[in-house]
Design a protein around this ligand. Structure first.
Ligand SMILES: NC(=O)c1ccc[n+]([C@@H]2O[C@H](COP(=O)([O-])OP(=O)(O)OC[C@H]3O[C@@H](n4cnc5c(N)ncnc54)[C@H](OP(=O)(O)O)[C@@H]3O)[C@@H](O)[C@H]2O)c1
Length: 271
């Protein structure tokens, strides 16, 4: 992590994963404009350092750090740096993600679920000790993860109010197994690991919101819309500024009554 210490007068500390480009970088820009001190994180040191320099050439209001959300050693290292440098954090945006569009096999499924589902889960668990009453966690999800992508029986299991974190983890692992052995369609899974990863992320949001409600930590999922980025492609109707608005809305949300939801542009969506 770089050694910028100019965060004392900020309106809080925000950490964003996958912040070297796309929606993550624009979210950092908007959070910085709101007065927060923003820590950009990314898996490639040169890229995240360069992005932080573009966002704030003088370094004011911005720090950067290396964080690969798929790598538990990288997550532990980063949590250690947060403990040493920042002590408390006000916002965590789990934005890093990969897409598997056009490819469906066990390897692609594993990579997608590890990054888009287990990544946010492990990063959140590691950073929870630094959060306090009123801190916000935002999961950058997608309308492609709405539960309508699942068959009836699987959908019932996902949306059951009794679904536990262990139960959800088992479901995600069983999807990866069945993508690997070619039985996923027979078992009711869609042929998109991206959709399954975001459906799982949304259910994790519900579970975490319940778990963290006694501590006053607000957890929400957002759909940014279809946005022109490397992932979204150039035909998408929204620019990153419009897409990041949905994320920033949830990052700045103070209403504890709205924890545990899924929204686009501040408006509730169906799970
Ligand atoms: N664009 C859309 O239309 C759209 C719609 C709905 C949801 N989303 C969601 O929005 C989020 C951001 O997507 P985007 O459109 O901005 O895509 P993007 O431009 O491709 O950016 C993805 C970011 O995630 C990072 N990343 C991937 N794997 C990582 C890992 N293991 N550790 C740390 N960072 C990692 C990438 O880093 P590298 O540069 O190192 O690869 C990059 O910074 C994703 O979660 C995506 O699913 C996007």
């Amino acid at each position: 992590m770089n050694k910028n210490k100019q965060h004392k007068n900020s309106k809080g500390i925000a950490i964003v994963t996958g912040a070297n480009k796309g929606l993550g970088l624009e979210t950092c820009r908007q959070l910085k404009e709101s007065g927060m001190h923003v820590i950009l994180t990314g898996r490639d040191e040169a890229k995240v350092k360069e992005a932080a320099g573009r966002l704030s050439p003088g370094g004011t209001g911005v720090s950067w750090a290396v964080l690969d959300v798929q790598d538990t050693a990288s997550i532990s290292r980063f949590a250690g740096e947060v403990l040493e440098r920042w002590k408390g954090i006000d916002v965590l945006v789990n934005n890093a993600g990969v897409s598997d569009f056009g490819r469906f096999d066990g390897t692609a499924a594993e990579r997608t679920i590890e990054t888009n589902f287990f990544g946010p889960m492990h990063v959140t668990d590691a950073l929870l000790p630094f959060m306090h009453e009123g801190s916000r966690i935002v999961m950058v999800s997608s309308a492609m993860g709405q539960l309508s992508c699942l068959s009836g029986d699987l959908r019932r299991r996902f949306e059951s109010p009794g679904l536990t974190r262990d139960g959800l983890v088992d479901l995600m692992r069983s999807f990866v197994r069945s993508a690997g052995d070619g039985t996923s369609a027979r078992n009711g899974w869609p042929s998109s690991a991206y959709s399954v990863s975001k459906a799982g992320l949304n259910m994790l949001t519900r579970i975490l919101a319940k778990e963290l409600s006694p501590k006053g930590i607000i957890v929400n999922s957002v759909h940014p819309g279809w946005v022109r980025t490397d992932m979204g492609g150039q035909s998408a109707p929204l620019d990153v500024k419009a897409g990041a608005k949905s994320i920033v809305w949830a990052a700045l949300l103070r209403d504890r009554g709205r924890s545990g939801g899924f929204s686009h542009d501040g408006k509730p969506m169906q799970w």
